[in-house]
Design a protein around this ligand. Sequence first.
Ligand SMILES: Nc1nc2c(ncn2[C@@H]2O[C@H](COP(=O)(O)OP(=O)(O)OP(=O)(O)O)[C@@H](O)[C@H]2O)c(=O)[nH]1
Ligand SMILES: [Mg+2]
Ligand SMILES: [Zn+2]
Length: 296
Amino acid sequence: MTRAVVLSHLGHELLVAPESTLTPTRCALRSALPPLVAGDEVRLAVDGDTVLALEALPRQTLLERQTARGTRPICANLDTLLITFASAPAPHGDLLDPLLAAAFDAGLEPWLLHNKCDLASPEAETLHQAFSALGFRAFRLSAKAGEGIEALRTALQGRRAAFAGQSGVGKSSLLNALMPEAAAKVGSLSERLNRGLGRGRHTTSVVRLYPLGASLTEGTLIDAPGLRRFVPLPVSTWALAKTFPDVAAAAAHCRFRDCAHDQEPGCGVQAALADGTLGAERLARYRQCQAGPEAL
Ligand SMILES: Nc1nc2c(ncn2[C@@H]2O[C@H](COP(=O)(O)OP(=O)(O)OP(=O)(O)O)[C@@H](O)[C@H]2O)c(=O)[nH]1
Ligand SMILES: [Mg+2]
Ligand SMILES: [Zn+2]
């Protein structure tokens, strides 16, 4: 039996790549299989031209999102989430924090990709520096000018990564810069407006995995449609502290372990706000991220 990785879910079929050849192959699904996503591993039965996914192998990690109708898997077996923002469209703070928290809760390492550095944007630059200062790994990139691409390619060696971020930040453009053979479709702003993309349609329409080399061990990269917002599963206290290390550092000084950082005496967070070591907007973002699914 052949082991394969799921490249993409195509309605009633899967696009898979057998580990030995990595040749993209369409296959049908045995009826009892659970919903499969890019990055999932399956066992195939091959009979002439007929390929059937028989069995889903256990997942190492699973990135999921909350929808109005419940939990939905997005990608499996990742180790790195490439949280992408750009000089334009203007970054959406509300999107980046929940993505960081979701990455931590799923056991993934979040990296921040700042694309379109060829366009000046004080807003994106401030965000980049703030994330770096908090200790996150951040890359300054331009898919257009080629800036930072070599460093990112080296860093991705052997990793299982996926892009996440707003529509139009250049996720597919970065994929193409890293591996031109992916030939992923890239959308221009005018095209976007003509097709009504301004109202929420995306250039990339399906989640798709691309092997970075001749074998899966060399790494894989997943391109995904842009997100307008992202509601993770309820964020754990642990992931919240990893996402907001500055708030967590201040909270370490709270007198009470269950301090809500509100009116409690001896609150380290309120003290940090008062002496200016913590900005009020950081606490506001923390609270918004903590509220998570309630915002759905
Ligand atoms: N100036 C500049 N433009 C870029 C850069 N990278 C991408 N773009 C442009 O940004 C637009 C959107 O790029 P895409 O790669 O389609 O963006 P995306 O994030 O994949 O968008 P969705 O698939 O809708 O989520 C295109 O017009 C690209 O040419 C860059 O580094 N600099
Ligand atoms: Mg795209
Ligand atoms: Zn407190």
